[in-house]
Design a protein around this ligand. Sequence first.
Ligand SMILES: [Fe+2]
Ligand SMILES: [Fe+2]
Length: 285
Amino acid sequence: MRGDESFLHADTGVTSELFVERSLNEIRFWSRIMKEHSLFLKLGFRAEDTQLIQEANQFYKLFEQIEQTAHVLTNQTDPERIRRFNTEVQQAATSIYMFKRKVLGLILTCKMPGANNFPLLVDHVSREANYFRKRLLELNEGKLNALPDAIIKENVFFLRIMADHAKFIGHLLDPSERKLVDIARNFSNDFDQLLFQAKDLESMRPQSQTVPLLDQFLDQNRVSVSSLRDFKKTARDLIEQCRIKSIIHPLLADHVFREADRFLEIIDMFDAHLTSSTPQPGNSN
Ligand SMILES: [Fe+2]
Ligand SMILES: [Fe+2]
């Protein structure tokens, strides 16, 4: 077990500073994301879905408050206060997760004909909520993932998220934007392949967890994520300037751009930790 090297998790006592910093970093990023999901879901409901619209509005306000609190608290805040905050936010993330799954159920049983949220998008945003709540639970429990395990787990999660984004963009662009739809489809294929590669590496654990293999894995993923991030940035700018035809909300374009940027930061952090340490091949769990 190489807990001291895991940037994602707090080590009890010794790294309470890291615990506070990581907790606030996760909450600041993901609470804004959850707030925006509430808006996107609301925009996809039908006018008569008043109850669901109201629930979405409540989640918007809840995560807006959480986001504000997370910006008031600082890295010097008492870790106990952060621990309580994490629990509170974790409960909010669990509630929005359940709300999203309820909406998914309604869509898949054809109870909302004519609504405009793709089932995969609702599933996707529920996976992000689940990731957020699990991250907070792990932080509070001081659970430590070995670095090689964390690397594979995070990449499997985020590669699927990126593959989904490419599919959403491809489907929400106007069909007449043939060139851009093509580019989006290529990204979708690229990330589907990367996801399968990541799953192969996962099934070959722990033998696959050598420094050269993990390093190459991160490098290869970084290349694709950074070009997808640039594509999203371009799409966002074009949408904001009303230069392309789509039904993509400008905030959604920015939202998926920020998520790609987050993934890149995580890849870079892993890379820095991997090269600054020398884990033994197969040293996991
Ligand atoms: Fe999201
Ligand atoms: Fe996403």
